[in-house]
Ligand binder design. Structure first.
Ligand SMILES: Cc1cc2nc3c(=O)[nH]c(=O)nc-3n(C[C@H](O)[C@H](O)[C@H](O)COP(=O)(O)OP(=O)(O)OC[C@H]3O[C@@H](n4cnc5c(N)ncnc54)[C@H](O)[C@@H]3O)c2cc1C
Length: 469
């Protein structure tokens, strides 16, 4: 009997994890797995620069401690490479009136865990502080018991803590990870813990003090000594005897036969190849998934409506002594303070193992929703402007000895209000219209690397159940 064949579209961390988990779920030789990656390399948004005696992340630079990521790292045998971010690296600042001001602490997802935290910070006026205090008295929202759509993250925070705290404190901190505006992000898809706080304790200030939530809000970051790319490289090695991994093989069409099988078309150097498949995991960005699947299920066209924002990563190297004037690890930059810089991290303080020969690396994250003009700038002009920003904000006068710009065009999906409902609707229709086709990746149930790993694992499990049924 012919072996069933599974095709995976997209070789980022999600697609690679899905393939790796299938290797664990199927007996040796029981399934044929083909992974088609459109670009010239696997890894997607995970990309490490290893030259000039440096190990630097051009994309994702760390992961929050998470069971799925930990298990994967352990199974791949690279746990000895784990480097936790030192506890004393948590010195974060927000740029306010042109100077970095310490982030009030303790603060969990923008929520102060103590009223004294609110009164001590110069980031908000006395009026804004009194408004935060109203959270202790404000009733719960009843949006869950009405037909109202979910609130945006911004609307939720403004209702609980007021406009000023939301704009001056929450916006720079929370919008950086999603490269988004808080008023566009859906609460349930981004920080569902916040609405749980309200449901459980009514006052989010009161709720943030409870140990149960404090533990969940603490973020312990870790990275890998030789770079995050170690994971995708190890996955690639582990898959050598299981999957046929093809790069430069963009998938252009997926169709369904009456017998329930699928054809996956890939075009390699102007030649189209058609591959027959019993199951397909689509782990490419949502607009690609929408375009590939809309002929199988009309609802899948909705995936193309998931917006993406382009971001950039700029790495600058300075002599260590020139950064001494700034004592912190990172500065979050609010949209009002820069046309495109969202965050500046003194990478060598966040990750001391990366410091080489008294040289310090500064990472600048660029671009968020509504701030995309930089895309039209030439690299040289963009770098010069970013250097100016860094010099001004960190108080550096030296010129960098190292510069590296990476553009991530349409790199970050935006989880807008209604996101989870849209994804659930498409997934439900796919079950009926295209059984055996599964969605996975950053566009759906979490954009972080651990969430993508989780998504890849789940896609593998669904695929195995489908193929074995
Ligand atoms: C600059 C940046 C920094 C980040 N920092 C962090 C961080 O520090 N920590 C964290 O947890 N997360 C971070 N993230 C988020 C996280 O890295 C990504 O969400 C995650 O890596 C996405 O993985 P993925 O496999 O789902 O998608 P991708 O990595 O986008 O992979 C999808 C793959 O599909 C391929 N593809 C596209 N079209 C086709 C086609 N037609 N046929 C075949 N293949 C196709 C693409 O080439 C790509 O390789 C960051 C993201 C960015 C952009």
């Amino acid at each position: 009997m012919k072996r069933p064949r599974v095709v995976i579209v997209g070789g980022g961390i999600t697609g690679l994890t899905a393939a790796y988990h299938m290797k664990q779920l199927f007996e040796r030789g029981a399934v044929e797995c083909i992974l088609l990656e459109g670009s010239s390399r696997v890894g997607g948004k995970i990309l490490t620069y290893r030259e000039d005696n440096l190990v630097l992340e051009l994309g994702a630079d760390s992961v929050v401690e998470h069971m799925a990521a930990h298990d994967l790292i352990r199974n791949l045998g690279v746990q000895a490479e784990i480097v936790p971010s030192p506890a004393d690296a948590e010195h974060s600042y927000i740029l306010s009136e042109k100077r970095p001001v310490p982030v009030p602490a303790p603060l969990y997802f923008g929520i102060p865990a103590d009223w004294r935290v609110v009164w001590r910070t110069p980031l908000v006026s006395p009026k804004g502080k009194w408004r935060v205090m109203l959270d202790y008295l404000a009733p719960r929202s009843n949006h869950e018991s009405t037909d109202d759509p979910e609130p945006s993250l911004g609307a939720f925070l403004r209702r609980r803590l007021g406009d000023e705290w939301t704009t001056e404190v929450c916006e720079p901190l929370l919008s950086a990870a999603f490269a988004a505006n808080l008023d566009d992000l859906g609460l349930s898809a981004t920080y569902p813990e916040l609405s749980q706080l309200e449901t459980r304790y009514r006052s989010v200030l009161h709720g943030a003090r409870q140990t149960e939530f404090k533990d969940r809000f603490q973020r312990h970051l870790l990275t890998l000594r030789n770079g995050m790319q170690t994971v995708t490289e190890r996955l690639f090695d582990e898959l050598r005897d299981f999957a046929d991994i093809r790069t430069d093989s963009p998938v252009t069409k997926i169709q369904r036969f009456e017998n329930g099988q699928y054809t996956v078309e890939t075009s390699v150097r102007d030649t189209t190849e058609v591959i027959l498949a019993d199951a397909v995991v689509v782990a490419a960005p949502a607009p690609v998934a929408g375009q590939l699947l809309c002929s199988l299920s009309a609802k899948a066209a909705k995936l193309s409506a998931i917006r993406y924002v382009s971001t950039g990563t700029v790495l600058l190297g300075y002599p260590a002594e020139t950064v001494m004037g700034f004592p912190g690890t990172e500065v979050f930059v609010p949209p009002s303070a820069s046309a495109y810089v969202t965050k500046i991290t003194v990478t060598s303080r966040r990750w001391p193992h990366l410091t080489r020969d008294e040289r310090i690396i500064v990472r600048v994250d660029v671009g968020r929703r509504g701030q995309q003009d930089w895309l039209g700038m030439e690299d040289t002009n963009l770098l010069a402007s970013i250097e100016d920003n860094v010099q001004r904000i960190l108080g550096i006068s030296a010129k960098p000895w190292f510069r590296k710009l990476t553009r991530w065009e349409k790199g970050i999906p935006q989880y807008e209000v209604g996101h989870l409902a849209l994804v659930a609707e498409v997934e439900e229709h796919l079950k009926v219209d295209a059984p055996g086709v599964f969605l996975a990746g950053a566009a759906y149930h979490g954009i972080t690397v651990p969430e993508c790993v989780q998504s890849g694992l789940l896609a593998a499990e669904k695929t195995a159940a489908w193929v074995k049924a």
